[in-house]
Design a protein around this ligand. Structure first.
Ligand code: ADP
Length: 257
């Protein structure tokens, strides 16, 4: 299996705070990587760095055939990237789509409009086609009866499933999930995890930050345990979750299980 995502020596600091010390890992095409780790360990920053929402200080990220060396990507004095670097970043970020913890839906647009927005506005997909794709995706995530509802008319679990449909509508090669169920009431978590499990079975390549360890054990091909901005332990769930070797992983799992 070839690697779809390759992260090499990634580093990111906010001021003096080195949040990502030095992280390298890869994700084979069609596989699921789950990232576990304590709060504040840099998981969200890592995910956002893959999607252009944070600019790492150095390191390389390759998704498919697009590769960016972040040491070469520097905003000018006005905070803007030179056009060649901006084009490179755009090519990289177009390969992935993010599902956010707090859904981040447009509150004044229906479920359908939330899903068609990216394809029509960013990718230039004709409105009819985008609408047809969006209805299909909303049906796939169990929301066929809710396409014309606004976010406030939907439960958190339904809103997050719109968020997933919206990410898939961009036809990304890689889907990134940032704690997709942590804002949900416990009874709504199952429906969202079921959708993600179905996507895994369909062969989507995914990186998922979550505290749902049981779910991680079922769905992950690979688990990374991150602490203090480094990968402390990595391997299949049968090793990292069921038989962790590092005391920090053991301690983390003892506290959350
Ligand atoms: P996690 O997802 O593992 O909880 P985060 O990546 O959200 O960790 O955050 C790691 C650390 O980086 C935290 O201490 C957080 O306060 C800090 N941090 C995250 N984003 C910023 C930012 N934009 N500016 C300053 N500090 C930040």
């Amino acid at each position: 299996m070839t690697d779809l995502l390759e992260v090499t020596n990634l580093r990111k600091a906010f001021g003096d705070h080195r949040v990502i010390e030095d992280i390298s890992f890869s994700v084979p095409e069609g596989s699921v990587t789950v990232i576990l780790g304590p709060s504040g360990s840099g998981k969200t920053t890592l995910l956002r760095s893959l999607n252009g929402l944070e600019l790492p200080d150095s390191g390389d990220v390759r998704i498919g055939e697009v590769s960016v060396d972040f040491a070469q990507v520097r905003p000018n004095k006005r905070g803007r990237l030179p056009s060649d670097q901006r084009a490179k970043m755009a090519a990289l970020t177009a390969r992935s789509a993010m599902v956010f913890q707090s859904y981040n839906l447009f509150p004044n647009r229906t479920a359908l409009q939330n899903v068609t927005e990216g394809p029509t506005v960013v990718q230039g997909v004709p409105a009819d086609q985008a609408r047809q794709d969006a209805v299909e995706l909303l049906t796939k995530v169990g929301l066929a009866d809710h396409v014309d509802k606004y976010p406030y008319q939907l439960s958190g679990g339904q809103q997050q499933r719109v968020g997933i449909a919206r990410a898939l509508a961009l036809k990304p090669q890689l889907v990134l999930f940032d704690e997709p169920t942590s804002a949900l009431d416990p009874e709504l978590v199952g429906d969202v995890l079921r959708v993600i499990r179905d996507l895994a079975a369909e062969g989507w390549s995914m990186v998922i930050v979550t505290h749902e360890v049981k779910f991680a054990a079922q769905v992950a091909d690979q688990v990374l345990f991150i602490d203090g901005g480094v990968v402390v332990e990595q391997g299949p769930p049968a090793e990292v979750i069921s038989n962790p070797q590092n005391p920090r992983t053991q301690d983390f799992l003892r506290r959350i299980l």
